[in-house]
Design a protein around this ligand. Structure first.
Ligand SMILES: Nc1ncnc2c1ncn2[C@@H]1O[C@H](COP(=O)(O)OP(=O)(O)OP(=O)(O)O)[C@@H](O)[C@H]1O
Ligand SMILES: [Mg+2]
Length: 385
């Protein structure tokens, strides 16, 4: 039975939380949001906004006690409180157990190994000294990729170590893992969804283009440039991964396509994801509505791509920090098939995600050409004070 008004609590009120609230409004769902920032992007769009730290046990417990169903828009939340809320009879999607594994890149990699999910070869280390020792002894060779086990996002917990000098300048501190450096043909992401009835649906793979300086995805597009066989394989892999984690909701599965054509799982996110923003305009169901369907155990929506699309992150310009202003918005909006989303963050910083632009066109070539044309139209700068 469709319970029309479950009270949903979302941990995190950033742009993903905001867009979840926008989707929830279509069905008039009652949504409470917890975020430490009083003017977080979701603050104005939810039925109740609570200022508080989603990493804090008591804060999450008190917040969650008032909801029927809890979900997240960020992984770094207090999992112990979510376990406790589950014991109290609350529905928690994604499952705390899956969140716990995903929060720690080391446990995540071990999980892939245990479940026969293809992933780049790796080894866990207690700290950077142990890694250095493994390199000195010849067990690990450069180039390699070092990743911190926790607290890494947007490329910040990742160092590509190529030369002996990199070991002095780029090495990250703390518990980490070493991963073989994989020569990539492409990076793709597949967003899968699963509901409590064990129905699974996957969106078509998207391809990601990285910003060389910021190590952030700057543009992504769909369909990805994969053969039909590779695309089907990527979708099947995402389905296997979401079933292995046994979670309900969305799971964004980031994958590498190696130069030999193998697909490896890089990492996952159990929530809406940057690589699914284009679904708002370009797919039959948006990832945000899909997440709501999945966590409320409704039939999953049609994931068909209605037209080729690209998504550009609108990033803070280098050298600008402070109260934000946007240049070039009018010219951008004059173009057909161009959709601007601003997250409402009050201050900009270099490479901060301030919004995104979706571009659609009848063919992928036209989408890519248009995306390149509009790429630098909007500039995010700080207001002179
Ligand atoms: N083993 C590897 N071989 C080659 N490149 C890699 C490898 N691991 C990571 N990278 C590159 O670094 C990027 C960031 O790595 P990863 O996704 O693990 O970190 P992250 O900080 O969680 O990223 P984000 O939050 O942006 O998704 C990858 O998308 C890829 O471009
Ligand atoms: Mg990543």
């Amino acid at each position: 039975m469709f319970h029309p008004y479950p009270k949903i609590g979302i941990l995190g009120g950033g742009q993903l939380g905001k867009m979840l609230c926008q989707a929830a409004a279509d069905w008039h769902l009652d949504v409470a949001v917890l975020d430490p920032t009083p003017d977080a992007p979701a603050a104005r769009l939810c039925s109740e906004f609570v200022v508080g730290d989603f990493r804090d046990y008591d804060t999450v417990l008190v917040f969650g006690a008032k909801a029927d169903l809890l979900t997240v828009e960020i992984e770094q939340v207090n999992v112990r409180a979510l376990y406790e809320l589950e014991r109290m009879g609350k529905i928690v999607h994604p499952a705390p157990r899956a969140l716990e594994v995903i929060q720690d890149k080391g446990r995540q990699k071990a999980f892939y190994a245990e479940n026969d999910i293809p992933t780049a070869a790796f080894e866990l280390f207690d700290g950077e000294e142990a890694l250095l020792q493994a390199i000195r002894s010849g067990r690990w060779r450069l180039p390699l990729v070092q990743k911190t086990r926790t607290a890494g996002y947007d490329g910040r917990g990742v160092a590509v170590l190529r030369t002996p000098e990199d070991l002095e300048t780029k090495l990250l501190r703390g518990p980490c893992l070493a991963e073989e450096y994989v020569p990539l043909r492409a990076e793709v992401a597949v967003i899968a969804a699963r509901n409590a009835a064990d129905e699974v649906a996957v969106f078509p793979p998207v391809e990601m283009d990285f910003h060389p300086e910021a190590n952030l995805v700057e543009m992504l597009f769909c369909p990805a440039r994969l053969s039909p066989f590779e695309a089907a394989e990527a979708e099947a892999l995402a389905e296997r991964v979401i079933r292995a984690f046994d979670l309900c909701g969305l799971l964004a599965v980031e994958m590498f396509l190696t130069q030999e054509g193998r697909l490896l799982v890089n990492e996952v996110a159990p929530r809406p994801h940057n690589s699914g923003h284009h679904t708002i305009e370009a797919a039959a169901t948006s990832q945000f509505q899909q997440h709501l369907r999945a966590i409320t155990n409704l039939p999953l929506g049609d994931t068909t791509l209605r037209m080729p699309a690209a998504m550009l992150n609108v990033l803070g310009a280098p050298g600008h920090r402070g109260p934000v202003q946007y240049e070039g918005v009018e010219a951008l909006l004059a173009e057909p098939g161009v959709y601007l989303h601003l997250y409402g963050k009050q201050t900009t910083a270099p490479f901060r995600k301030m919004g995104h632009i979706t571009v659609t066109a009848p063919t992928l070539d036209e989408v890519l050409a248009k995306a390149r044309r509009v790429r630098d139209r909007v500039r995010v700068i700080s207001r002179p004070e």
